[in-house]
Write a protein that binds this ligand. Structure first.
Ligand code: FES
Ligand SMILES: [Fe+2]
Length: 387
C-alpha cells in the first residue's frame, strides 16, 4: 500500500454532524468528523493520552472528544482541552494527532494519506461528468476481500471480460477471438488503453441501459463496443464504455485499501442515458451483478496479493496493461511511498506498535507521540528492480 495519494474514506451521507466515524484505511485507524462549520476532518484515530479510539468518541462544539477521558481534538489534530486539568489549563504541545487534508466531492469524503506538501500531491481522480447536464450519477459502495492491486488489475484486464462476464462476450467460443494488441497510453499518474470489442447481449430484460443498444431482429446486440480504462494512482481507475452515441457509461472506481487484503470500493457510476432517477436502482443492481462476477474471481485469486515477482506467473501479451500498472507501482515505491506491510504486521503482532500514517505537519513540526508506519526503503526497491 502507498502513502501520498487521495483515498475515499466514507460517503458524505454517512458522516453526520453529531457523530464521529471510525474508518480503517491502509491498515490504520482514522476518525472522521464534521467541525462546527460542517467541514469534514480526518485524524489519526489513536488518542495520544492513553490510546483511546477517537472514532468511538463524541462531538463537542465541532471537536472530537475521546471516549476515555474526554480530551478534545480539533480538525487540525490539536488537543484543545484536557478536562482532568481544568477548563483553562495549558495543553501540552505534544498533545496532538496527525490530521490529513480532506476533500468532499462526488458524494464521497476523500483523505490525503501522506505527508507531501500541497503543491507536490498527486491530484484526486476528477469526475468531470458529475453534476454536468445530461449525466446522472449513482454512488455504489461495496467491500471485497481482495487486495487493491488484484482489483485494479482485474478492472484493467482486457482478457477477462470474455470469460468472466457472460453479457460482455462469447465465453471464448468465437473462433476469431483474440485480444488485439494494446497501445498503452501513459498519463500523469497511471496508464490505460482504449479498444473496441464485439459484444452481444439480451435487450431490455434486466437493464435500463440496454434498451437503446443496436440490436438485430432477434434482439441480440451485435455492435462493437468501444471501451477504455485507465488507472490513476495505485487504487483508483476509470472505465468508459461507449455502446452507442447516447449510451455511455463512465465508471469511476475509487478504492480504499482497508488493509493489503481488503478493499472498500466507492463506484461513481455516470451514465448519459436513462436519466430518470427511478432508473437508479436498476442501474445499481446491474452494476452489482457485473461486480459480483468479478468479485467471485478476485476473492479466490492466489496469492491474495500480486506476487512480488512475475517469476511466479506466466505473463503473455494480453497482460501488457497489468505490466504497465505494476511499473507505476514500482515507480511510487522508488519514491519511498510504499508501506512495509510485512514490518507493520510484525510490529503489530508483537503488540507494541501504535502507528500513524505521516501527515503533512510531520514535515514542519516535531514532537509527535506516535511513530509513523515503516516504509519500504528506496534502496531495497531499486535492488529488487535490478535483480
Ligand atoms: S485516552 Fe483519550 S483521553 Fe485518555
Ligand atoms: Fe470485470
Amino acid at each position: 500500500m502507498y502513502i501520498n495519494f487521495w483515498y475515499p474514506a466514507i460517503a458524505s451521507k454517512d458522516l453526520s454532524a453529531d457523530q464521529p466515524a471510525r474508518v480503517q484505511m491502509l491498515g490504520q485507524q482514522f476518525v472522521l468528523f464534521r467541525d462546527a462549520n460542517g467541514q469534514a476532518c480526518c485524524l489519526s484515530d489513536t488518542c495520544v493520552h492513553r490510546g483511546g479510539a477517537l472514532g468511538k468518541g463524541k462531538m463537542r462544539d465541532g471537536n472530537v472528544a475521546c471516549p476515555y477521558h474526554g480530551w478534545q481534538f480539533d480538525g487540525s489534530g490539536r488537543c484543545v482541552q484536557i478536562p482532568s486539568m481544568g477548563r483553562d489549563a495549558k495543553v501540552p504541545a505534544r498533545a496532538k494527532v496527525d490530521a490529513y487534508p480532506v476533500k468532499e466531492k462526488y458524494g464521497i469524503i476523500f483523505a490525503f494519506l501522506g505527508d507531501l506538501p500541497e503543491a507536490e500531491r498527486p491530484p484526486l481522480m476528477e469526475c468531470p461528468e458529475y453534476g454536468a447536464e445530461g449525466w446522472r450519477a449513482n454512488l455504489i459502495i461495496f467491500d471485497v476481500a481482495c487486495s487493491y492491486e488484484r482489483s485494479i488489475e482485474n478492472g484493467m484486464d482486457p482478457a477477462h471480460n470474455e470469460f468472466v462476464h457472460p453479457s460482455h462476450g462469447y465465453h471464448g467460443e468465437r473462433e476469431d477471438y483474440i485480444v488485439p494488441e494494446i497501445e498503452l497510453e501513459q498519463q500523469d499518474w497511471g496508464c490505460g488503453f482504449v479498444q473496441t470489442f464485439k459484444s452481444h447481449d439480451r435487450v431490455g430484460k434486466d437493464s435500463p441501459t440496454r434498451s437503446k443498444m443496436r440490436t438485430d431482429k432477434d434482439g441480440k446486440f451485435q455492435g462493437e463496443v468501444e471501451a477504455g480504462t485507465w488507472h490513476h494512482g495505485p487504487a483508483a481507475m476509470l472505465t468508459k464504455i461507449h455502446m452507442a452515441t447516447h449510451n455511455w457509461m463512465h465508471q469511476y472506481m475509487y478504492e480504499c485499501p482497508i488493509d493489503d487484503r481488503n478493499i472498500r470500493v466507492f463506484l461513481v457510476n455516470m451514465r448519459n442515458c436513462v436519466l430518470e432517477p427511478t432508473a437508479d436502482k436498476q442501474v445499481e443492481d446491474r452494476c452489482k451483478v457485473i461486480a459480483g462476477q468479478d468479485i467471485e474471481i478476485v476473492e479466490a485469486l492466489q496469492p491474495t496479493k500480486t506476487p512480488p515477482s512475475a517469476i511466479r506467473e506466466v505473463i503473455v501479451t494480453a497482460d501488457s496493461v497489468i505490466v504497465g500498472y505494476r511499473r507505476w507501482l514500482q515507480k511510487w515505491a522508488t519514491l519511498g511511498w510504499r508501506i512495509d506491510t510485512r514490518k507493520v504486521r510484525q510490529m503489530q503482532q508483537e503488540g507494541d506498535a501504535v502507528l500513524a500514517i505521516p501527515s503533512p505537519a510531520r514535515r514542519t513540526e516535531k514532537n509527535w507521540a506516535l511513530d509513523t508506519v515503516p516504509l519500504v526503503s528506496v534502496a531495497s526497491v531499486t535492488d529488487s528492480a535490478a535483480a
